[in-house]
Write a protein that binds this ligand. Structure first.
Ligand code: FAD
Length: 353
């Protein structure tokens, strides 16, 4: 094992959240080392399905300091990957890739960080910005071990080709499910299952409007005012063109959850069995936090315990970008900015002592 390199600050993960935080730290004159598990720039966007487009226009899909430009109203996955790559180069961040962090421990008042290729680093402060895409969530259903058909989570879905001519069950009520359903339904017979009836936004409401509404709601809440009359949340389905087209074709119909799996399909609440060749789980993600699991970071209920992004249990540790629990709308490009900024200011204060 090589001897540890010592730095003030390490950010684990160089996706949009890690980069936004590094940007504000650089403005404060704090040098940062980013360790990223992937071979190339782009964070989770490298893993998204081929046809994925953002649900907000470019100016609402940018990191601090330098805007994304796009040839489309809604930027494509490859435009965003190119943007993140150019962003890193523009601000000349020090990023080591691939450097997957497998453990973070505390030793002699420092964090000791080890990567899977046995590089070791020590730092005074650490930001975890590893996102959620590496930790897909699949809900428990009775008899799931019985089912012999194909199963895939949206995290691993790329194109509809593998489903051609099949009977496919799509599970989940959000944007991933609606977008994947829209394209698989061109080549396969699809059935869509949601726990509650899906909420479709009006055709003229996109991620930008959602963000504005959610900001108003958040402001009202934080000022102790009643939250009224502000419909729309990030889980609601945005009617991008492919989803509108699915509606026109009559395939955007959801039904209630099934009761259990059978060997070749599922059993509905009325006892009827229906056969499916494949199930696509569009059921979301949880924080990819395995690297910090040896630290005492969780409360009694098992949640990572923070105020804003700052760990309540470990001094010098921050969590950026995972979702509302570490900052309202922090899992979006535009939303992570304010949390990245406040995190950088807190880190500056911490390192100054
Ligand atoms: P990531 O992008 O996942 O980056 C984390 C990085 O850390 C990755 O490179 C990962 O490999 C690395 N990493 C993980 N573990 C380790 C480790 N142990 N050691 C080292 N590196 C590690 N957001 C928007 O703003 N607009 C949209 O239109 C939008 N559309 C979306 C559509 C879908 C279907 C989905 C699922 C998400 C969408 N999002 C959108 C949200 C957005 O994709 C993610 O929330 C975002 O990628 C999170 O950024 P991040 O930097 O926190 O994590």
């Amino acid at each position: 094992m090589s001897s540890p390199r010592k730095v003030d600050l390490i950010i684990v993960g160089a996706g949009q959240s890690g980069l936004a935080t590094a940007y504000f730290l650089k403005r404060l004159g704090i040098e940062t080392l980013l360790l990223d598990g992937q071979e190339s720039s782009g964070g989770a966007w490298l893993k998204a399905w081929d046809s994925l487009k953002l649900f907000s226009p470019a100016q609402w899909s940018s990191l601090p300091g330098w805007g994304l430009t796009s040839n489309n109203i809604y930027p494509t996955k490859s435009e965003l990957i190119a943007y993140l790559q150019a962003y890193e180069a523009r601000y000349d961040f020090e990023i080591i890739r691939p450097a997957r962090v497998i453990s973070v421990e505390q030793r002699d008042g420092l964090f000791e960080v080890q990567t899977c290729d046995r590089q070791v680093f020590q730092c005074r402060a650490l930001v975890s910005a590893t996102g959620t895409w590496g930790n897909p969530f699949i809900p428990q259903y009775a008899n799931s071990a019985l089912y012999e058909g194909q199963q895939i989570h949206s995290a691993y879905y790329r194109t509809p080709a593998a489903f051609t001519g099949k009977k496919v069950l799509i599970v989940g009520g959000g944007n991933s499910a609606a977008q994947i359903l829209a394209e698989i339904s061109y080549v396969a017979q699809t059935t869509w299952v949601t726990l509650t009836p899906p909420t479709f936004l009006p055709d003229d409401v996109d991620g930008r409007v959602l963000f504005e509404r959610a900001t108003l709601r958040w402001k009202a809440q934080s000022e102790g005012r009643a939250v009224t009359d502000l419909p729309g949340g990030f889980g609601d389905v945005v009617m991008i063109d492919s989803v509108k087209d699915a509606r026109v074709r009559g395939v955007l119909q959801a039904r209630e959850a099934f009761v259990e799996f059978s060997k070749r399909g599922v059993v509905w609440q009325d006892g009827q069995e229906q056969l499916f060749d494949a199930v696509v789980w569009c059921t979301g993600f949880q924080a990819d936090s395995a690297h910090v699991n040896r630290l005492n970071i969780r409360d009694e209920e098992g949640h990572i315990d923070t105020t804003g992004t700052r760990s309540n249990r470990i001094p010098g540790l921050w969590f950026v970008g995972y979702g509302d629990w570490c900052g309202f709308a922090s899992a979006t490009l535009i939303g992570v900015q304010r949390h990245a900024k406040s995190t950088a200011l807190e880190i500056a204060g911490y390192l100054a002592h």
